[in-house]
Design a protein around this ligand. Structure first.
Ligand code: FE2
Length: 217
């Protein structure tokens, strides 16, 4: 996380690829709006909201966890969680991603879901079925098992003590320019071409050492 004037000022993390790297699934135009307008907007709003408050000087993860429990900090939570969620989303994709995982992640998926095909069907069903704006996650629960989680709006599994391995943004701003109302096509293409299972496997490898919030350090 880039810091500038003080520890309380969050920066917009650099995209791990060029804006056109995920074409043709996600266009450079979508990435440009999504990253430079939506994600940047959450960062800017968060910086303004925490200035001069007890949240100032805290890490992003601390702000997410503390504001989630504070009924007077709803706006802080929404923006902090959206910054954190998007940080993970960009890292969850790669050019030439998609397909099936290998190694420890493959074994964990087969242990907890049956087959990769079973996992893919369940993940797709969860993502298509999320009624409004939200997120779909592959997470490690407190018992160390893989689960699919769905959260609405800015909500994040982080606040439940779960460790996200991968994040899929199903807000319309993530896909509408490219897929319009065809969310199912976005999800299928995301799984076929973009999801970065190597990133997920690295995150899985960190869980046993330090469970919690290692995915976006
Ligand atoms: Fe988004």
């Amino acid at each position: 996380m880039q810091m500038s004037d003080t520890k309380t000022v969050f920066g917009l993390p650099k995209l791990p690829y060029a804006e056109n790297a995920l074409e043709p699934v996600i266009s450079a135009r979508t990435i440009s709006f999504h990253y430079a307008k939506h994600h940047a907007g959450y960062v800017d709003a968060l910086n303004k909201l925490v200035e001069g408050t007890p949240f100032a000087g805290r890490s992003l993860e601390e702000i997410v966890l503390q504001s989630a429990k504070d009924p007077n900090a709803t706006a802080v939570f929404h923006n902090a969680a959206q910054v954190w969620n998007h940080n993970l989303y960009w890292l969850s994709m790669a050019a030439n991603g998609g397909g099936e995982p290998a190694g420890n992640l493959k074994r964990a998926i087969e242990s907890d879901f049956g087959t990769f095909k079973d996992f893919r069907a369940a993940f797709t069903k969860a993502a298509v079925g999320e009624f409004g704006s939200g997120w779909v996650w592959l997470i490690v629960n407190r018992a160390g098992k893989l689960e699919i989680a769905v959260t609405a709006d800015a909500d994040t599994p982080l606040t439940d003590g779960k460790t996200p391995l991968i994040a899929l943004d199903v807000w319309e701003h993530a896909y509408y320019l490219d897929f319009q109302n065809r969310r199912a096509d976005y999800i299928a293409a995301w799984l076929d071409k973009l999801v970065d299972w190597h990133f997920a496997e690295r995150n899985l490898g960190q869980v046993s050492d330090s469970p919690g919030i290692q995915a976006v350090a």
